[in-house]
Design a protein around this ligand. Sequence first.
Ligand code: UTP
Length: 263
Amino acid sequence: MIKKAVIPAAGIGKRFYPLTRAMPKEMLPLLDKPVIHYVVEEAVKSGLDEILIIVGHGKEAIIDYFDYNGLDEEMDNYGIRDFPSIYFIRQKEQLGLGDALKYSEKFVGDDPFVVLLGDTVYVSSTKKTVTRQLIDVYDKLKSPLIAVERVKREKMKDYGIISGEKIKKNLWKVDYLVEKPEPDKAPSDLGITGIYILDNKIFDYLNKIKIGKNNEYQLTDALNLYVKENDLHASSFKGKRYDIGTKGLWYEAFMEFLKNRRS
Ligand code: UTP
């Protein structure tokens, strides 16, 4: 049973500069809740109750947000009080997702775990959360798994793209991955969306990679080493994903949440 979620939220957020000089992008609002709330909620609703958030310089607001607050007695706290205990660790230097994840090694121990990005929100189109859909695939396969979605050609340079063999509807066996390829060099239109179900072998490969694209340690590079020696699958899901690290998608997500709000 997968119980652990690792949420990297330590990135600098250059694409939202200058706002992110003093405010974590993970605290951007979708209606009246910050994005990180939805990410933790996604984990909890998917049955994950051991949660580690990787933070860094200037990200204290994220830690404060999950504290008990004097107003909690009189106001709806949107379930924050009932969230399981959340662990926090600080990434010393913002050297990329591949570096951030290394800080989760002790927390993960020998268990499989889910990585959910702190700036990415999922809206499922079924009763199951998107993460739960993927955990269910993992439970059948017992193989590490990444979430993918079809990506338009002009968007490919914003994604990691997989090359893989389709083994059944919505499921591929991954051969290799390319980080942010030029569209004519992309091996498929299947883009990595930011949910990864991994095992602790990934840490061996995270420790081997060198600094990569954008001068950051890339998880994609570690997965490329991983897939040479281990099975890795990719699955699509029913629902929509918003990477709120980009202004356009944050705005789109905000408007969609506004349209669908219940109160
Ligand atoms: P992004 O690449 O989207 O975040 O990383 P970023 O680096 O903050 O964004 P830009 O490119 O500068 O605008 C995806 C996730 O990984 C985390 C981010 O916080 C985000 O949730 N991350 C990224 C880290 O935790 N540490 C890092 O060094 C980099």
